[in-house]
Design a protein around this ligand. Sequence first.
Ligand code: ZN
Ligand code: FE
Ligand code: FE
Ligand code: FE
Length: 188
Amino acid sequence: MKTKGKNDAKKKKQIQNGTMQRSALMKLFEDELKDIYWAEKALTKALPKMLKNASAPELVEAIENHLAETEKQVQMVENVFELIDKKPVAKKCEAMAGLLKEGEEIMKDTEKGPQRDAGIISAAQKVEHYEIASYGTLRTFANTLGLDEAAAILDEILQQEKNADASLTEIAESSINVEALEEAEAEE
Ligand code: ZN
Ligand code: FE
Ligand code: FE
Ligand code: FE
């Protein structure tokens, strides 16, 4: 009888631990979601500034496209909040705030044209990489928590961020970096 009681207690503890782990992960998931929600909202304000500073038509187009996508991503993140029965709350993402501040500095410290374009691409790609890391984690958390619908939305956003990053690489490699190089050489 004594042994059985002990086993029961052990089992109960295991269940409690399981519950605790799930809610701890859920809390992390929620916090991370609030963070990326703030980041996406900040990006809807920052991307228009990058757009105004960009010169190459292919870069302007890429930023325009991703701005439209970003505005939809804000709503998609809101949908994820809804799926977990939470109000959408934004919590300042210090990392994104820092990345955007660096982006502003780059724009200030460069000449408009290929040099600034190359700088904008570098800043924008750092942003995309941060988002890729965040959405990758969020999707994996959602999968672990059994939140299939949320995981699907987060994966869709993740693919958009990856595509945005790839198109920036393509623009940099195909024209802008070479133009910025020539510009620097001409100045010397
Ligand atoms: Zn963030
Ligand atoms: Fe985004
Ligand atoms: Fe963050
Ligand atoms: Fe993005």
